[in-house]
Ligand binder design. Sequence first.
Ligand code: ATP
Length: 340
Amino acid sequence: KSHPYKNNTTLLSLSFPNKPSTRWAHMSTPTPSAAVRRHRKVVVIMGPTGCGKSKLSVDLASRFFPSSEIINSDKIQVYRGLDNTTNKISLPERKNVRHHLLGDFDSSDSHPEFTPSDFRSSASSFISQILSRRRLPFIVGGSNSFIYALLAKKFNPEVDVFSESEDSVFCKELRYSCCFIWVDVSLPVLNQYLVKRVDDMLASGMFEELAEYFQNPGSDSVSKCGLKKAIGVPEFERYFHKYNKNNGEEWRMDDDDDEEKRVAYEEAVRAIKDNTCQLAKRQLGKILRLRDAAGWDLKRVESTAALRAAMEGGGRRVADIWERQVVEPSVKIVKQFLME
Ligand code: ATP
């Protein structure tokens, strides 16, 4: 028996089928030259949760820039576990592209929390290694505080630049030569997509994953410190503490379950949807600050039409829109950057 309110939508219907681009086949794929290494070039893919960053980065790295490696910059996805709940890109979706800082850390290690400073040092060491292999680093993930910590020439861990109203707190100088691709999306469309995505995630294992998380006696200890903040954990805490007792089956939802249990479940799901939409809105606000206050030269591509088409049924149409509106402009941007 799987999740109680399994609906008809599947992740597949919202995913973008892969379609090799023929339009670009005639163009040679630039291999990062010595200049990439000399100028310390990195590509940064930014955007709110759900906009298609991971898909875009793998499309670029697997089909157009094969000498690339991806460094994850999502602060929750750096931890091991809760792969479904945190929406980590799966192994088949990674298409053999090498990923770093994705599920690498146990929060039981000496560091209970992976901080922006930790990210700055770990990610910069990966960048150096990738460049020394004459490959191109891609930074991909929604945590803009991590991205800023990594890229700012001078980073002060004591100051949360995003909570300051003064633009002058931002260090405008960068440590690398950066190509910023911003996957923009209309918020109302993204919200609709995110709400549907939560239903799909619940239907495809998130609920069971959370049940197991809460069943583990270590779940209250520091060992799950980082993951504790993942959207889904606080929202379902009350539900599982009440229904996830010794009997492993108790958390499941049956037709004859009481109203209270059903309401508790529905409240948790509603809170997950609200919090995911809030996260996307906050992330967008931070991206705009990086553009306007830090002066980052963000190259904008737009995935609104692709998301809309994905919600309307997926298939070939989504793939075409995705290629034309997101992948092709991004390929042009990166090629231009590599030639500079
Ligand atoms: P930052 O603000 O540092 O740029 P962010 O935008 O990734 O990072 P926050 O605004 O700090 O995230 O997070 C808001 C909430 O969303 C937090 O509770 C956080 O743990 C959660 N969250 C962020 N990313 C994920 C994710 N990939 N999966 C689940 N929950 C997440």
